[in-house]
Design a protein around this ligand. Structure first.
Ligand code: SF4
Length: 243
């Protein structure tokens, strides 16, 4: 399986079509290996180290333990998530995990009392997630996410490859089901996030995460007090995206 040649940022529908042509039928591992080869030194994985993250991280580790992994430490992360992050790093032998933090001067100015999440969640997500991630992705041409179609209605049409801010965004687990994930967890004997057993199916920042609602999708515990469904680092799938 040959990866398209890339010497600069992905910018066109033709580039996207070339990746879909090469990897549209490939396994998740083949996709990860292929894009790692296509973007040496110019690609990173973004992981929340949440309840499902171990699957993508294990697949990545089996391809290349040195692949850069970005974790957004918003300042509101559950201690259990930080401990789980460290345990997974050890368990999987990941050697290049960066914890990216917000600009403290900006927080001091705009969120001095740590209540911005309650008064302007969009701005809070921007300062604590979107802007730090944008800084972390500077100089990179591609990034890998762990999103899946089954997670929310807004992700139902998630493609394998998409373009965001002139970067290739790769979703190697797009087509995985909950059953697939559980099977993989079992087959690889991967540890579970400690809060999953307490009813949290999806875990983000402490103020904006509650237990998953009975009979609702896994993300139903996120931003229960607002109509937010994404924090802003994953904008709606653009029309250029295809699979
Ligand atoms: S999820 Fe909540 S606490 Fe975290 S950055 Fe967004 S608004 Fe702020």
């Amino acid at each position: 399986m040959t990866a398209p040649q890339t010497e600069s940022r992905i910018a066109s529908a033709e580039d996207l079509a070339a990746f879909n042509q090469s990897f549209g039928k490939a396994s998740s591992s083949e996709v990860i290996a292929g894009v790692a080869r296509a973007f040496p030194g110019r690609i990173a994985v973004v992981s929340s180290f949440g309840t499902q993250s171990a699957v993508l991280l294990d697949l990545v580790a089996r391809v290349d333990r040195t692949l850069p992994i970005i974790f957004l430490d918003t300042g509101w992360i559950f201690p259990e998530t930080l401990a789980y992050r460290d345990a997974l790093i050890d368990r999987l032998g990941l050697t290049n995990v960066s914890s990216v933090t917000p600009d403290m001067d900006e927080l001091e100015t705009e969120d001095p009392d740590g209540r911005l999440w309650a008064t302007d969640g969009g701005r809070c997500c921007y300062l604590r997630k979107v802007a730090p991630l944008a800084r972390a992705l500077e100089g990179l041409d591609a990034w890998i996410t762990g999103r899946k179609r089954f997670q929310t209605d807004s992700r139902a049409a998630l493609p394998l490859f998409e373009i965001a801010e002139q970067r290739l965004k790769i979703n190697p687990l797009a087509g995985w089901s909950k059953y697939d994930l559980d099977t993989y967890f079992g087959s690889r004997n991967l540890p579970r996030h400690p809060l999953e057993a307490e009813g949290f199916a999806s875990i983000g920042c402490m103020p904006c995460t509650a237990r998953t609602l009975e009979g609702k999708d896994d993300h139903s515990g996120r931003w229960q007090e607002s109509d937010k469904t994404e924090c802003g680092i994953h904008l709606p799938v653009p029309s250029i995206a295809a699979e």
